[in-house]
Design a protein around this ligand. Structure first.
Ligand SMILES: [Zn+2]
Length: 106
């Protein structure tokens, strides 16, 4: 069985590994999740691998809490949004410069 939200493989009790509530460690309203939690929270578009990549390549914050590494939900959303826009406006692998040219022509 896989989770219908994030497609993660469910554990033996039928629970998604990302099903745990998001943390608010500073009690300031900013929510944090593990890669599995973030994938579950954002749905089928986002995988744990993508979250790991964003941590490595896009500066997504890492906060070690207990045994797990958490990242802020708002920053994950911002990176996901930026990636989506880049893909929509430039297609795959196009540069910013070409993007600007296309925008002017349109
Ligand atoms: Zn899930």
């Amino acid at each position: 069985m896989t989770c219908r939200h994030c497609c993660s493989v469910l554990d033996t009790t039928g629970r998604c590994p990302g099903d745990a509530p998001l943390l608010d460690p500073k009690r300031d309203g900013r929510k944090y999740g593990t890669a599995a939690q973030l994938a579950h929270h954002f749905g089928t578009d986002i995988t744990t691998d993508m979250v790991h990549n964003w941590r490595k390549r896009d500066g997504l914050e890492r906060h070690r809490i207990g045994r797990d590494v958490y990242s802020p939900v708002d920053q994950t959303a911002a990176i996901e949004h930026a990636k989506r826009r880049t893909k929509e406006t430039t297609g795959r692998g196009r540069s910013r410069r070409l993007d600007a040219t296309l925008a002017t022509a349109a």
